[in-house]
Design a protein around this ligand. Structure first.
Ligand SMILES: [Fe+2]
Ligand SMILES: [Fe+2]
Length: 471
């Protein structure tokens, strides 16, 4: 089904047939637009950006490219096509027909899941709002804006569910999404990592690689939900999310590629004087972003997560491909524990450990990109290996929040941590150095000195294509 862009809110949910819902969303729209103007990308009002806009949700139909004046981007509501005879695939309702309405007894749990996910979407736009002023190229500027408009659309996706299925309290929650702001001391975003700053492009690429990937795993487990509208919403969001992670993975690969070129050219590891990111600094940023992102999966053992699972609201990653009973009555799962000053692997009921399992799946996925970056370093003949830190490192959530650990996972004292952590996490000096590299490059095809050109352009266009037009 093609999406009609003549409508005020483009959608494939028959909004024109549902006057009550359409009115509710149309009354939320001006507040959203005001939020975008105030907290969306700075100075972007007059830019025409070569963006992708969904024209249908069928494979191939959702990637339609063209110039869009930024504030005129049409945020719409798109759900993946329904699956005939879809069932609840796990938990105590396994085998029942999937719910098309919110089951009354799970209303508050479902609302909490939707609000928590929804809150992250505008948060990342707020975190990234200044980056456009220091873009390393037009190609990158375009990618930043693509990510931003789609995170805005993901907010719409969640607000649709709140308005469409939760009545008055859903509308109040939708309003609150625009009242909380990233880093606001009084009304911060719900999850800690979304109140951090994204002050430079190295952080942006790390964020899109590691934190958007958390989003992928959260969305994937919500896509398993027995509440069918949530499942369909998340399935379409996942198609967009893939591009965000591509931006991160390829951005970081280009940073490394450039650093290796300079190392080889000048036969030195001390490349800061040549204006690129040295690999130890890269590793520190990686340590920070990985540890902040795995906090987002929550406690290792969680009764809430167990309840969401049993209720059929939030499943495991690729639930239906897992070969077990999908009820987890008796099953056990390995879970780390801190015992006698060491980290050991214990065991817990798989049902309370679903967060930990999702974190495990996530960590495996993170390693894939790191392997690719290490190949770039190896191919350049450089002896350096990037490593994902141990999951005990720099944690603020879960059993490791109470201890300090090295990136290798050795427990250390607070005093040792205070002495050593500047070698493991970006210090103020490191951050100031990275910040000093950030200067805008806006000539088509040109790249900032600290980053290599991409392997290819967007949508088959050349690398020196004018991805953004300033007016
Ligand atoms: Fe998103
Ligand atoms: Fe994203």
């Amino acid at each position: 089904m093609a999406i009609d862009y003549q409508e005020k809110i483009p959608n494939n949910v028959d909004l024109s047939e549902d006057r009550r819902l359409r009115r509710a969303l149309e009354s939320w729209l001006p507040g959203y637009q005001q939020w975008w103007r105030e907290l969306g990308p700075v100075d972007s009002e007059a830019m025409d950006v070569y963006l992708r806009t969904a024209i249908s949700v069928e494979p191939g139909g959702w990637a339609n490219y063209g110039y869009v004046r930024m504030p005129d981007y049409r945020w719409g509501i798109f759900l993946a096509p329904p699956e005939a005879d879809r069932r609840v695939n796990f938990g105590m309702h396994k085998g029942d027909p999937a719910w098309q309405e919110v089951p009354g007894e799970y209303r508050s749990e479902l609302r909490r899941l939707i609000v928590t996910q929804g809150d992250t979407e505008p948060a990342s736009v707020e975190q990234q709002r200044l980056l456009g002023t220091t873009c390393p190229s037009l190609y990158d500027l375009r990618n930043l804006f693509q990510v931003n408009v789609e995170e805005g659309r993901h907010l719409w996706a969640m607000v649709y569910l709140l308005h469409g299925f939760f009545g008055r309290d859903g509308r109040e929650e939708a309003d609150a999404m625009l009242e909380r702001h990233s880093g606001d001391p009084d009304k911060p975003r719900i999850l800690h990592a979304f109140n951090e700053k994204t002050p430079d492009w190295l952080s942006f690429f790390m964020f899109t690689y590691f934190t958007d990937r958390d989003g992928k795993y959260q969305l994937a487990s919500l896509a398993e939900s027995g509440f069918d509208p949530l499942s369909r919403t998340c399935r379409f969001m996942l198609t967009e999310e893939a591009h965000h992670m591509f931006v991160g993975e390829s951005g970081l690969r280009r940073v490394i590629q450039r650093s290796c070129e300079i190392m080889n050219q000048h036969k030195t590891e001390e490349v800061r004087k040549f204006g690129v990111v040295d690999l130890p600094t890269f590793q520190k940023y990686l340590n920070f972003h990985f540890s902040a992102s795995i906090d987002l999966f929550g406690q290792e053992l969680s009764t809430n997560a167990a309840n969401y699972y049993t209720m059929g609201l939030k499943g495991r990653f690729q639930e239906t491909r897992i070969d077990d009973d999908h009820r987890l009555g008796e099953a056990r799962y390995p879970v780390p524990e801190v015992k006698g000053g060491a980290i050991i692997v214990g065991e817990a009921p798989a049902l309370t450990a679903v967060n930990e399992r999702l974190r495990d799946d996530y960590a495996v996925d993170c390693q894939r990109g790191v392997d690719k970056w290490n190949r770039v370093i190896r191919d350049a003949g450089i002896d350096f290996e990037l490593k994902i830190p141990h999951r005990a490192f720099n944690r603020k959530v879960g059993i490791f929040a109470g201890i300090q650990s090295t990136p290798e996972g050795r427990i250390i004292t607070e005093a040792e941590w205070d002495r050593e952590h500047g070698g493991w996490l970006p210090s103020e000096e490191d951050q100031a150095y990275v910040q000093s590299l950030m200067a805008p490059v806006t000539e088509p095809g040109k790249m900032a000195n600290w980053i290599a050109a991409p392997a290819k352009g967007i949508d088959g266009q050349a690398i020196d294509f004018e991805y953004v037009r300033f007016n």
